[in-house]
Design a protein around this ligand. Structure first.
Ligand code: MRU
Length: 362
């Protein structure tokens, strides 16, 4: 991975509002380094599947749909890099690329969905030269990327109908343009509601321990001049109880066949709080986040990350040496707590197995 670095202040005003999380070109895959936002605007270039896998593992790129797009480009990059090899060497390098990307992070199903699409395209290329196969794989990765943007815009339009004038929307983690190919899922609904002329505001939970809310959601909203208030995660109950929240919208990393939803750690607690305070709790996600092969939330693998993220942040450490930690990165919200699932196919109220199945019918 190689990088370029610019301070936020030096960005042209146009760049400040167009978040290009992933950019594909002849030079490779360029990613915004999300580990250092908002202090620095740094982009990193990847030129192999292993480099993309490392970028996913280390959170340069994160958010379920963005991880899926990055993985697809990782396969395309590797195919381009290996296209002068013999067909056997080319295929064996691609097998290694699929394996390294699949091992990068376990929870977001978009990663495995995108790899499966790339594998199917590879199978369709079995009579083509390695160079033509590499071009076809690049085209497939671009198609995955473009369809994510269209899906998010459709999610935004469908979800905006649920957002009333003046709504104060609480969100958790970052389900915005940075977490997708563009526009965002939960923040896509916010953007679309704003684009419809609604005067809305966002309450961003900081999202311990990796601070995606404080660093990324707050940054995206400030860039777009959408009113945003940052709160720590433990303030949500108080704000709901005192009538300062109208609805909650979150994204998802994997939705089981019955609607149980894995998302950033802390989401389940918010759903319980929203139910207690009779507030709508919406999940916004594309169909690529639905894992029909996993019957319910118990089967969703939950990534456990390093304890260093809990004992401190970056170079700062606040917990004593020797303390034990836990760091599950996601939790599962039971479908019964989800008021509606917002997908590119529209709004599915009270999602369950039957409703989820219906989303996949033509
Ligand atoms: O660990 P992360 O930052 O990859 O977790 C991201 C989330 O939990 C998002 O809410 C989810 O991927 C939806 S992004 C549209």
């Amino acid at each position: 991975m190689t990088g370029t670095d610019r301070s936020i202040e030096n960005l042209a005003s146009e760049e400040r509002v167009s978040v290009q999380t992933l950019a594909w070109s002849d030079e490779g895959l360029q990613l915004i380094d999300q580990r250092v936002l908002p202090q620095r605007f740094t982009t990193i270039r990847c030129d192999s599947a292993a480099a993309v896998a490392e970028a996913i593992r280390t959170m340069v790129v994160r958010g379920a749909p963005a991880i899926g797009c990055a993985a697809a480009f990782g396969i395309a990059l590797e195919a381009r890099r290996q296209r002068a090899q013999s067909p056997a060497a080319f295929l064996s390098a691609l097998e290694a690329a699929f394996a390294v990307l699949a091992a990068s992070r376990p929870t977001a199903v978009n990663l495995f969905w995108a790899l499966e699409r790339m594998r199917e395209e590879l199978a369709r290329c079995n009579t083509l030269s390695t160079a033509d196969t590499a071009s076809r794989l690049a085209a497939e990765a671009v198609a995955i990327f473009e369809s994510d943007i269209s899906a998010n815009k459709a999610i935004g339009r469908a979800g905006a109908a649920l957002v009333h004038e003046g709504a104060r929307i609480m969100t958790h983690c970052n389900a915005g343009a940075l977490a997708t190919a563009g526009h965002g899922t939960a923040l896509g609904v916010v953007r679309s509601a704003r684009d419809q002329g609604k005067s809305i505001s966002v309450i961003a939970n900081e999202t311990r321990p990796f601070l995606q809310g404080a660093r990324l959601t707050a940054w995206e909203m400030v860039q777009e001049r959408i009113p945003v208030t940052l709160v720590t995660d433990n303030m949500a109950a108080h704000l709901m109880k005192t009538g300062q929240v109208d609805l909650v919208i979150v994204g998802a990393d994997r939705i089981a066949a019955n609607g149980d939803t894995a998302n950033k750690i802390g989401t389940y607690g918010l759903a319980v709080l929203a139910a207690h305070h009779r507030l709508p709790f919406y999940v916004a996600a594309p169909l690529s986040t639905i894992d029909r092969g996993t019957p319910d939330g118990n089967g969703i693998p939950i990534e456990e990350r390093h304890g260093d993220e809990v004992t401190g942040y970056g170079a700062m450490r606040w917990a004593p040496q020797g303390v034990a930690t836990r760091n599950p990165a996601f939790d599962v919200t039971p479908a019964a707590l989800v008021t509606a699932l917002i997908t590119e196919k529209g709004v599915l109220e009270r999602p369950d197995s039957t409703g989820i199945r219906s989303l996949f019918k033509a």
